[in-house]
Design a protein around this ligand. Structure first.
Ligand code: SAH
Ligand code: ZN
Ligand code: ZN
Ligand code: ZN
Ligand code: ZN
Length: 422
C-alpha cells in the first residue's frame, strides 16, 4: 500500500528533507523503497517497480487458499502435510516440489484451528515483531470482553486472540462471540475465509483485498447498528504511534459509518495493547484513553513474561477508552481496586496522597519527589544539576539524539519527562 512521508532531520539545521518510505518495513533490508518527496520518477523506473511488485505477489490468492483449505481438510490425516520452509499447507500433488524441504505430517484438526502454533512467529524485530500472547493473557482478554458484553471483536494484529475466539465458537454451542482478523501476515489466509481474515496494513490503513475486503470489515463493524463490537490491537512496538493512530481513527470512522474524521466524537470501544512508556504518545492522539495496570504476557518473548517467577515484569499494558472502573483485573494475580482512583491497580502501586493518584507505571512502588512535584521510579534520585529526577548513573550532559519516546532532543528514553505524566 501507500508509502509514508518521513522527514530526515539533522540536528539544529531547520527543516529536514522529506521522503517516502515503506510504511510497514522499518528495515531497509526488508523493503528498500525510497523516494524524495520532490523527486521526478522516470517512466522506466515506474515500470520496473510495477514489474518488481508483480513478481513479489504471494504464490496463491486468498481465494485460492480458501479452496486449497477445503481440499486439505477432506484428506485423511496421513496425507495432510505442512511445509515448514514455505509455511504452507501442501496438497499431495505438491509434495514432490517440496521434497527436500522440512515438513510436518499428520496435521490434525486441532492444529488447523491454532495456526499461530503451526506457523513460526515472524520475530524479525523491525517488521513483523510477532509476539504471541501467553495463554493466560489471551484468556484474560477474552473473558474481560465477554464480561463487558461484547459479541464481536475486530482483531487487528492479534491472531492468537482471533484463533481462541474462532476455536471456541466452533466447539462450544453457546459461545456467541465472533472475530474478524486484520493482519499483514498473509500466511493466515490459508486458514481463514475472506469473512474471517483481511490482509491489512495497520500503518497506512490499506486493505490488500481492495474494496471487497474493506466492505467485509465495514459490514462486520456495522452489524447490530455498531453495538457490542470492540477493536483489540497489539501492534509491533517499534511502530510509529502517529501512523497507527491515524489508521485506528479511520477504522473508528468506518464503524461510525462515515469516512469523515471527527464529524461526531463517538468512539468505537478499543483495547490498544502497547508498552507503558508510550502512554503520553497514545494520549496525545486519543485523549479519552487511559492505561490499565494489567501486565500482558507473551509466550515467545523472554523479557515480557510475568514477574512472579522472578523474571522481569512485562512493560506491556492495555490502553482503553472504556471506563477504567469496568476493567476488572484478577485479584489472584495481585491486582486490587483503588476506590479513590476508581480503577484496578497492581498490588505494588500505592496511592500517593500528594499526587492523589496511584502513580506507578511499572507495578513497583514509586516514591514522591517534592522538588519534581510528582512520583518517580524507586531507582531514581533528584539530580540538582539536571533539575529533575533521573537514574543515579547518568551524565549531566544532554544527549544528542532524539528521545525514543517523545522524539525531542536533550534526554534519553529512560529520562523522558512524558513517561511519568499522570
Ligand atoms: N500478541 C498478539 C500478536 C501481536 S504481534 C497475539 O498473540 O495475537 C504483532 C502482530 O501484528 C503480528 O500478528 C503481525 O503479523 C502483525 N503486524 C505487524 N505489522 C503489521 C502491519 N503493518 N499491519 C498489520 N499487522 C501487522
Ligand atoms: Zn516447501
Ligand atoms: Zn489510587
Ligand atoms: Zn506523588
Ligand atoms: Zn525530583
Amino acid at each position: 500500500g501507500p508509502a509514508l512521508l518521513f522527514v530526515k532531520s539533522s540536528q539544529g539545521k531547520g527543516e529536514g528533507r522529506r521522503f517516502y518510505a515503506c510504511s510497514a518495513c522499518r528495515d531497509r533490508k526488508d523493503c528498500n523503497f525510497f523516494q524524495w518527496e520532490d523527486e521526478k520518477v522516470s517512466e522506466t523506473r515506474l515500470a520496473a517497480r510495477e514489474e518488481y511488485n508483480r513478481n513479489h505477489q504471494p504464490s496463491f490468492t486468498h481465494r485460492q487458499n480458501v479452496d486449497r483449505y477445503k481440499n486439505f481438510v477432506i484428506l485423511p490425516s496421513s496425507k495432510r502435510r505442512f511445509c515448514q520452509k514455505c509455511q504452507q499447507l501442501l496438497l499431495p500433488a505438491e509434495w514432490e516440489k517440496h521434497s527436500d524441504h522440512q515438513f510436518l505430517c499428520d496435521i490434525t484438526t486441532a492444529q488447523l484451528k491454532s495456526p499461530s502454533q503451526l506457523l513460526y512467529p515472524l520475530e524479525n524485530k523491525k517488521t513483523n515483531a510477532q509476539y504471541l500472547f501467553a495463554d493466560r493473557s489471551c484468556q484474560f482478554l477474552l473473558n474481560l470482553l465477554i464480561d463487558l458484553g461484547f459479541r464481536r471483536v475486530l482483531s487487528v494484529g492479534t491472531p492468537r486472540l482471533h484463533e481462541m475466539i474462532q476455536s471456541k465458537a466452533s466447539q462450544e454451542e453457546e459461545f456467541s462471540v465472533r472475530s474478524l482478523l486484520l493482519d499483514i501476515d498473509f500466511r493466515y489466509s490459508q486458514f481463514y475465509t475472506e469473512d474471517e481474515f483481511c490482509h491489512y496494513n495497520m500503518f497506512n490503513h490499506h486493505f490488500f483485498g481492495g474494496e471487497a475486503a474493506r466492505e467485509t470489515c465495514r459490514k462486520f463493524l456495522y452489524e447490530e447498528n455498531g453495538q457490542r463490537v470492540i477493536m483489540v490491537t497489539d501492534p509491533p512496538f517499534g511502530g510509529l504511534v502517529e501512523a497507527l493512530a491515524s489508521s485506528f481513527k479511520k477504522l473508528m470512522a468506518m464503524w461510525r459509518g462515515t469516512e469523515e474524521e471527527g464529524s461526531d466524537n463517538k468512539e468505537m470501544p478499543m483495547f490498544w495493547i502497547f508498552p507503558y512508556f508510550f502512554e503520553s504518545r497514545i494520549l496525545d492522539f486519543f485523549p479519552s484513553f487511559s492505561m490499565m495496570d494489567y501486565q500482558v504476557d507473551y509466550d515467545n518473548h523472554a523479557l515480557y513474561k510475568h514477574g512472579k517467577t522472578g523474571r522481569r515484569q512485562s512493560p506491556v499494558r492495555i490502553f482503553t477508552n472504556l471506563t477504567p472502573s469496568t476493567i476488572v483485573l484478577p485479584e489472584e494475580e495481585g491486582y486490587r481496586f483503588c476506590t479513590v482512583c476508581q480503577r484496578y491497580v497492581s498490588s505494588g502501586n500505592q496511592h500517593c496522597e500528594i499526587c492523589n493518584s496511584c502513580t506507578s507505571k511499572d507495578g513497583r512502588r514509586w516514591k514522591h519527589c517534592v522538588l519534581c512535584k510528582k512520583c518517580v521510579k524507586p531507582s531514581w534520585f533528584h539530580c540538582n544539576n539536571c533539575n529533575c529526577c533521573t537514574l543515579q548513573k547518568h551524565s549531566c550532559e544532554k544527549t544528542e539524539a532524539g528521545c525514543f519516546v517523545c522524539g525531542k532532543a536533550g534526554h534519553k528514553r529512560s529520562a523522558c519527562p512524558s513517561l511519568s505524566r499522570t
